[in-house]
Design a protein. Sequence first.
Length: 189
Amino acid sequence: YTAPPTPEPGDMIIQSWDTASKEGALNDWSVGITALKRKNDLYILDVFRAKLSFPKLRSKVIGLARHHKARVLLIEDAASGTHLLQQLRHDQPRGVPRPIRIKPDGDKLTRMSAQSHQIEAGQLLLPVDAPWLAAFEHEILGFPGTKHDDQVDALAQLLGWKGKQSGRRYTVAGPRYCIDGKWSGGGVY
């Protein structure tokens, strides 16, 4: 897409996080993907990728959730993600949805392969230009042969949740949100 989509009734902002907890050159990246869900399509609005200590990671997750007005926050329940889930659920920062715990099932290649049909069907839309786009495309298109796969993990998690959300119980915080085209208030569903 050439311009960010204008939000419409029925749209939802979703963030998917694959976290790491160290800043060293040899460590994994923490990755947060922000997407606008419109029916079956996902418009990738932003990809955050950095090597951060846990306190900086927590601040960044909160800041980006508020900035993008996320209604769904997916966090992989592994390594620093487990601690992040616990802290965000306990602290309940204003303007941040209650995080949804995602427990990976299977290896990375299997998880991404299970979601590839959505990409092949044209349901994943990327901007024509963005500061993060080259690194994102390099990792996604080069997987599994790239050095890092943190963006792949966050994307597979996002696509996997998108495919399972109907009929699934999850918590959404905030004054209003949209599920399957119906606007409602926060709560457990």
